[in-house]
Design a protein around this ligand. Structure first.
Ligand code: TEU
Length: 587
């Protein structure tokens, strides 16, 4: 086995630039703000910083609608600020990756302005234009009945050239036509090599499995009778040429720079379909995020996404098992994550925020879950201090995200009060907004995110006096200090945690999440046993020695989420306290 690539053992940290640190008091986070916090990240144990989009954008979708890939959105700073952040990372042995959004551009991008200007513009075919259809009454209809991700159609009529253009997301996000080679070449040159030449270390690649649409553009079957538009991810996910396109992207732009790539791959629940993207021999992507696990709780399909579906722990365990083991015996790789900018906070969704004590314990147990799993570990800003969802007392006006407001409006317009109520409840658990409120640094006004007199672009959580970095720094029982202890531990046991094989025990237990990590590459046969109590009740502790197949005297407690416990003692206490997590190894 050759040298292990650096990015397998690296700890990645996603920053949402609008909400991390404002340095100039305009209420928006910015890149100098990130730079001012670089040592906080370094001390946490972060190896790679991933910045969500920082490019010029009208902000229809918080920067995932880029109007110029070579300019920085002014409130975030300048390209010199990016260079300074990149140098600060490199000086500390850290790396910086950017968010590559090339399934679509903003409708304000020069390319789209040209494309829409006339049917015979050279860039007309860089986007996906189709003539209208007409029904028996001569009423104009879009080319297909597809529903987009933001609760609307995927086609918008353009009066000037009298055709529709495709957008899987907002009308302000027209899809690029990857079937056009000149368009692809421009993407590699204009959006990727430009930044790689400046020294960027790689990309998180947005909607990475959606670039190759089926070219027959047929209607989707009616599966959501409540909507005039039908979910149709099969029309654009994992399409006919997707692997050719990604291999070409790798060859043209990533490989020449040894750039790391992590793809955002959704709507692909079948591991056999994911493996081709991450097999080393395929030379496509280094790894991907697959969302089945952390999307638990979201409603099925598109229309019901924000109708909350409770789920048993056994379902979370089964999905974890699938996505921990699908690369076994292959040359593939995977990621470990439980939060990002598109999902509600993990401690609110998978932990327990019923009391401050349960909040603290469950956040630490979730940390133990993440830090012992196989794959490259990704943290999201605020996860390390246990930031929680927005209070349910806040009104819908605090939900700024285009997806939240489009789903809410769709429900409200339906006139169905029960559905509207269910959508509000679902948003209170699942909305993307929860992870986008300002980072909580300390208990100064606006949680230290911006100056006292500034108006942060999103409301600061009411709990920032209790949940913030300053309060947890130095408190050895805090979530933050637990992460600070966990990350080096993950590295010193990397053969078991990062690279080991995941073996789920007791799959039907609805309170305990118990698994073994083992590695056949270890001559000693050393194993680790992770026991996590995902419940508010005491649970009997499984037989550790039996699970580890070693004699009781060899059992060592490696780490526990409890405050007062001497690690190393080998007499496992018979009972796990509520939300207690432990890791044992054989000596
Ligand atoms: O998200 C894509 C994405 O997660 C959705 O397409 C997802 O597959 C769907 O909601 C599943 O129900 C990326 C960015 O992370 C997101 O912030 C952007 O809004 C989106 O792409 C468009 O760029």
């Amino acid at each position: 086995a050759g040298k292990v690539p650096w990015w397998k053992d690296a700890v990645f940290y996603q920053i949402y630039p609008a909400s991390f640190q404002d340095s100039n008091g305009d209420g928006w986070g910015d890149i100098p703000g990130v730079l001012s916090r670089i040592d906080y990240l370094h001390n946490l144990g972060v190896d790679v910083v991933w910045l969500s989009p920082i490019f010029e954008s009208p902000q229809a979708d918080m920067g995932y609608d880029v109007s110029d890939y070579q300019k920085i959105y002014a409130p975030y700073g300048t390209i010199k600020d990016v260079d300074a952040l990149m140098s600060a990372c490199h000086e500390r042995g850290m790396k910086l990756i950017l968010d590559l959004v090339v399934n679509h551009t903003s409708d304000q991008h020069e390319w789209f302005k040209e494309s829409r200007s006339s049917k015979d513009n050279p860039k007309r075919d860089w986007y996906i234009w189709k003539p209208a259809r007409y029904d028996s009454n001569g009423r104009r209809l879009p080319p297909t009945n597809w529903r987009g991700y933001f609760a609307g159609p995927t086609w918008t009529w353009d009066d000037l050239t009298e055709e529709y253009y495709l957008h899987l997301y907002a009308p302000e996000q027209p899809d690029l036509n990857w079937d056009n080679e000149a368009c692809r070449k421009a993407i590699y040159e204009n959006t990727m090599r430009f930044w790689l030449d400046r020294g960027i270390d790689g990309f998180r690649i947005d909607t990475v499995n959606k670039y190759s649409k089926r070219t027959d553009f047929v209607d989707a079957p009616i599966t959501d009778p409540t909507s005039p538009h039908q979910p149709a991810p099969e029309m654009w996910c994992n399409g006919p040429r997707i692997h050719d396109f990604i291999r070409e992207m790798r060859q043209e732009a990533l490989a020449p720079y040894n750039a790391v790539s992590v793809g955002e791959l959704s709507n692909t629940p079948d591991p056999a379909q994911v493996l081709p993207y991450v097999s080393a021999a395929a030379k496509e992507l280094d790894m991907v995020f697959e969302f089945s696990t952390i999307r638990l709780g979201t409603g099925d399909g598109f229309g019901a996404k924000y109708i909350y579906q409770p789920f048993p722990l056994s379902r979370l365990k089964a999905l974890t098992l699938t996505w921990q083991t699908f690369i076994e015996g292959t040359d593939g790789w995977t990621t470990v994550f439980c939060e990002n900018h598109d999902n509600g906070r993990a401690v609110s969704r998978f932990g327990d925020t019923s009391t401050p004590e349960m909040w603290r314990r469950s956040a630490k147990t979730l940390a133990l879950w993440q830090a012992t799993m196989t794959g490259s570990l990704f943290l999201y800003q605020g996860q390390e201090i246990g930031m929680v969802n927005m209070p349910t007392t806040w009104g819908i006006e605090e939900y700024k995200d285009i997806e939240s407001s489009r789903f809410y409006l769709e429900a409200a317009k339906s006139g169905d009060a029960a559905r509207t109520e269910a959508t509000v409840r679902g948003l209170q658990i699942l909305a993307r907004d929860h992870s986008r409120i300002p980072f909580q640094w300390d208990d100064s006004p606006n949680a230290g995110f911006t100056t006292a007199d500034a108006d942060p672009w999103m409301r600061v959580h009411d709990d920032y006096h209790d949940i913030n970095v300053a309060k947890q720094t130095g408190d050895s029982f805090s979530i933050l200090e637990f992460y600070r202890a966990l990350l080096p531990l993950r590295k010193s046991y990397r053969h078991l945690f990062t690279h080991g094989m995941f073996r789920l025990l007791d799959p039907t237990n609805e309170a305990l999440f118990t698994y073994v990590k083992e590695a056949d590459s270890i001559p000693s046969g050393q194993k680790a046993l992770v026991v996590l109590n995902f419940s508010r009740e005491e649970q009997p502790c499984p037989d550790i020695a039996l699970a580890l197949k070693c004699v009781p005297l060899e059992v060592l407690l490696l780490i526990s989420t409890l405050d007062q416990v001497s690690v190393g003692s080998h007499r496992p206490r018979e009972v796990l306290e509520p939300w207690e997590g432990r890791v044992y190894v054989c000596s």
